[in-house]
Design a protein around this ligand. Structure first.
Ligand code: DGL
Length: 262
């Protein structure tokens, strides 16, 4: 069982930012990544549709024999993780915007959250914000249009820059000192975000925390892969294989990687 792969899914290429953290922390684990790019963006879909797609992705990874599944998508986690955990027996790790550490450390008591409409309108997001950000003003911003551009690989484009300027303006005007990235596609925008934000604003995402949680759960259930050889990595996409390849190979993986259409 411990030698079985970790399954990871997202609406597209964004979850590779989580796969990268898992791969860094657990280099001996085998991984199967599913990019449902044909259906991106999830953030503009109804909760029912997000749930339906999340079930489809989970079952795809279960069919591949995964020992644990990482829902590397804030939108899918906030809309579907409760159902998935109730329905499937294997451990499921989700990702949510890192409001808690931002709220704990904010001096200005104002925190910006950039996420999809699907995440910001979910019940789970609101209960997390309520429970962990008392006394903090949260400035929410939907990143409408960003995922589509990232899916094309247009990370440094004028279109991205224009949208980000518009989205950050109200947060900067409110004097935020933390920007929480609540979508796994957005860490790829950090170079542009750093150019546009005042220097003192800290950018945080949940990628490392998800990798640590994955390790902790595998350890707890006795399923960490203790083999000494490096893991292998398979990437499935129903979108543009070349774009996914660019995101993955950026990370200079040393070991076996394969890309497949499905
Ligand atoms: N990576 C997904 C997330 O973390 C993107 C959502 C989308 O497809 O809109 O929310």
């Amino acid at each position: 069982m411990s030698r079985l792969p970790i399954g990871i899914f997202d609406s597209g290429v964004g979850g590779t930012s989580i796969w990268k953290e898992i791969h860094n922390l657990l280099p001996n684990e085998h991984c199967i990544y599913l990019a449902d790019s044909r259906n991106a963006p999830y953030g503009e879909k109804s909760p029912e549709e997000i749930l339906r797609l999340s079930i489809k992705n989970t079952e795809f990874l279960l069919d591949k024999g995964c020992k644990l599944i990482v829902v590397a998508c804030n939108t899918a986690t906030t809309n579907a993780i409760d159902y998935l955990r109730k329905t499937y027996k294997i451990p499921l790790i989700g990702i949510e915007p890192a409001i808690k550490p931002a709220a704990l450390n904010s001096k200005s008591k104002r925190v910006g959250v950039l996420a999809t409409k699907g995440t910001l309108s979910s019940t789970l997001f609101h209960s997390t914000a309520q429970n962990h950000a008392e006394g903090i003003e949260i400035i929410e911003q939907q990143g409408k249009g960003l995922v589509e551009l990232i899916e094309k690989g247009a990370l440094q484009s004028e279109a991205i820059r224009g949208l980000l300027k518009e989205f950050l303006e109200p947060m900067i005007a409110k004097d935020i000192d933390y920007l929480v990235l609540g979508c796994t596609h957005y860490p790829y925008l950090i170079p542009v975000l750093k150019e546009l934000l005042p220097e003192h604003v800290q950018i945080i995402d949940s990628g490392e925390a998800v990798a640590r949680q994955t390790k902790a759960i595998l350890k707890k259930v006795g399923n960490l892969n203790r083999a000494s050889e490096k893991g292998t990595h398979q990437f499935f996409t129903n979108g543009d294989v070349a774009v996914l390849q660019r995101f993955v190979l950026k990370e200079s993986v040393q070991q076996e990687v394969s890309f497949l259409d499905f």
